[in-house]
Design a protein around this ligand. Sequence first.
Ligand SMILES: NC(=O)c1ccc[n+]([C@@H]2O[C@H](COP(=O)([O-])OP(=O)(O)OC[C@H]3O[C@@H](n4cnc5c(N)ncnc54)[C@H](OP(=O)(O)O)[C@@H]3O)[C@@H](O)[C@H]2O)c1
Length: 327
Amino acid sequence: MKTIVITQAGAPEVLQLQDRPQPAILPTEVLIKVAAAGVNRPDVLQRKGNYPPPAGASADVPGLEVAGTILEAGADCTQWKVGDKVCALVSGAGYAEYCAVPEGQCLPVPENLSLIEAASLPETYFTVWSNVFDRGRLQPGERLLIHGGSSGIGVAAIQLAKAWGATVYVTAGSDVKCAFCEKLGADQAIHYKTESFKDVVKQLTQKKGVDVILDMIGGDYTPDNLEVLREEGRLVLINFMKGDETTIKLSHIMRKRLTVTGSTLRPRDAAFKAAIASQLKKYVWPWLGTGKVKPVIHSTFPLAEAAAAHRLMESSEHIGKIVLVVE
Ligand SMILES: NC(=O)c1ccc[n+]([C@@H]2O[C@H](COP(=O)([O-])OP(=O)(O)OC[C@H]3O[C@@H](n4cnc5c(N)ncnc54)[C@H](OP(=O)(O)O)[C@@H]3O)[C@@H](O)[C@H]2O)c1
């Protein structure tokens, strides 16, 4: 089968189309004939050599989500049959014509969505559910601040949190991105290059602060994040694009009884991911069916042009998701 291989750590050009054997499945896995594969920032980090894949995942084929048709179901699979159209969270090797995945990590493709749209869902929806709703315990009526509102993750988080009944503030790096986030449902977008998010959030909340922050920036955002959390607030970290180290005031955590947490999805086991899939199916898939939440695709590229897709992602010019079309 055709697959995209990280031939060495480096620039987008290290992504090369190569032939590899079709993967064999375990009894609890299905084999998907991939129609489309989503591109995510962690793929870029992996390509650069900064995000080693977890044990058991492909060492050199990136890709954390796919959509397509089930070609084969393992002997112990009970949920799916050959011919079903699914989208799936995978722990690697999504940039390929065929992909093996534990059956519990698959979700049905909503009837109103294309396979390209469905391929853009799993990585961001699993991550947002796990971090904003499980770890962050966001409640209807609470206030959520999302950094990187126009990212794939941000776009999913805005829509899910609004559907859940929260007030949503976001940061984004241009007027166009801010306008897009507000059109998508964000109550207020903060242009972080021209405004201090700390000052704007204080003003928006009459100095009370927000209940939950979803943060992918880290570094020097952290002291300000802690300052704008209200009592019992939760800071949930999913990356640290501005750095792994910072200085914070521990007194904020004590005085306001804050929770600082975070997680990485990829190394978690199949049972954990299947549990998130069940929650998504119960709460979020009905919203996709009615159009209350919908995928936002910025652009698509043929599988062979994965390098161009990575170049676009690194430019940060995109809003929403970038998808590789495999078929
Ligand atoms: N922990 C996990 O399990 C997990 C899973 C998936 C993804 N992630 C992380 O989640 C993040 C988003 O992933 P993605 O695939 O959605 O990537 P993406 O679309 O490339 O998003 C990255 C975003 O960061 C924004 N950004 C950069 N510097 C910023 C700053 N100083 N303040 C606010 N925003 C800033 C960029 O937008 P601007 O142009 O507005 O700056 C861009 O929208 C990545 O960092 C990724 O590693 C974590």
